[in-house]
Design a protein around this ligand. Structure first.
Ligand SMILES: Cc1ncc(COP(=O)(O)O)c(C=O)c1O
Length: 377
């Protein structure tokens, strides 16, 4: 075996020895408590039909887009969809990216110049971490949702400074104190960037997000990222911000420039998902299921992180017990997955439970009963 193969084998063996080797699985279970398809849009026949209706009206390549947006991959419908998304989110402009990962990577890596400062919550998503790492800015983290810790870092900031957080944290399900963070940013003249991946569809009027749930807060946010692979059940993302920010990203965000534009089918799918959000109040449907879960969990002595979002947790002391708990629940037909280190910190391995509008009350009752039984076993 050559040296590179030896290296690969060794790294995989280390993970296997720790019980944290990642593997792809296509197993399916009866009740979905794992996907990010919170509103069931990913499986919605209505969304599919709307997409087909739009496609029937647009002359376009039927398959791939043929190039980068800056070359032959742009389409008037993509630009119109960006205007629609910007208006929905009360933002001056929106720029589509092929995924949330691409959006975060392009945004942070292109903004942070030498001498600038990026200050991020310690629990932000890998895509934001990677974007900050690819930038030339100095980087600091602040303790999760801790305003004193953030202020201490703001005092050290030089150049243009950017504060980065998620409105709903992807692995913990808790929310950031956005109004207070925004006030601190104003005081220190820092620019606030908020990733709304798990808030879109769940909070705010028509599910517009947590930022728009707070009065006028969107005006104080430098940039928001909304992603479409979660509650919107399709694929892609948009950066929301000023007209100048959009033009800057078109010029400098490498994950926007050097990639083939999404096919028009994806754009029609995104547009249709926004139409669904506008026509029905899905936030109250998902809220019912979240309340149902919380009422049933009640005061059960599970180690969990308080959450009002669609993401809930049960924390275990190690990967072994978290994996065992997931396997026990899966045997009962419940699709609950364990999240292990290094995705979360060692000793904070967990079950990540996602609630959906399509989960029945009986499914949630079974889940909670089995969770409590498994936790105390
Ligand atoms: C907070 C957050 N931001 C960004 C992303 C990336 O989005 P996408 O799946 O569209 O690449 C995710 C997805 O896991 C996420 O949880």
């Amino acid at each position: 075996m050559n040296q590179a193969e030896e290296f690969i084998k060794g790294k995989l063996q280390q993970r296997a020895d720790k019980g944290i080797l990642r593997k792809l699985s296509s197993a399916t279970f009866q009740a979905d408590f794992s996907s990010n398809d919170y509103l069931g849009f990913g499986r919605s026949a209505e969304l599919n039909a709307k997409t087909e209706q739009i496609l029937a009206l647009i002359p376009a390549h039927q398959n791939g887009s043929g190039g980068s947006r800056l070359l032959s991959g742009n389409h008037w419908f993509t630009e119109e969809t960006e205007q629609h998304i910007a208006a929905f989110h009360q933002a001056p402009a929106a720029l589509l990216f092929n995924s949330g990962y691409d959006a975060n990577l392009g945004l942070l890596s292109s903004l942070g110049q030498r001498g600038d400062t990026i200050i991020a919550d310690e629990l932000i998503h890998a895509s934001l971490i990677d974007g900050a790492r690819l930038s030339n800015a100095n980087r600091y983290t602040f303790k999760h949702n801790d305003l004193n810790s953030l202020e201490a870092k703001l005092k050290l900031a030089k150049g243009n400074s950017y504060v980065v957080t998620e409105s709903v944290f992807s692995m913990d399900g808790d929310t950031a104190p956005l109004t207070e963070i925004s006030k601190l940013c104003k005081t220190y003249q820092a620019n606030l960037i908020v990733d709304e991946a798990h808030a879109l569809g769940i909070y705010g009027k028509h599910g517009a997000g947590l930022v728009q749930q707070r009065p006028d807060l969107e005006k104080d946010i430098f940039a928001r990222v909304v992603t479409f692979g979660k509650a919107l059940g399709c694929h892609g993302a948009a950066v929301l911000g000023s007209v100048n920010l959009k033009a800057y990203l078109i010029n400098f965000a490498r994950s926007f420039i050097y990639t083939t534009a999404a096919p028009i089918h994806t754009i029609a799918n995104i547009r249709s998902a926004y139409q669904l959000l506008e026509q029905t109040d899905y936030t109250s449907l998902i809220r019912e299921k979240i309340n149902c879960y919380q009422n049933l969990i009640g005061k059960a002595a599970l180690n969990n992180i308080p959450s009002t979002s669609a993401i809930h947790t049960v924390i275990y002391p190690d990967s072994h017990t978290a994996k065992k708990a997931a396997a026990t629940l899966q045997e009962k037909g419940l699709d609950v997955r364990a999240i292990l280190s290094p995705t979360v910190a060692e000793g904070k391995e967990r079950l990540r439970i996602c609630l959906h509008t399509f989960n029945t009350e009986t499914e949630i009752q079974t889940l909670v009963k089995e969770l409590i039984k498994t936790y105390s076993a």
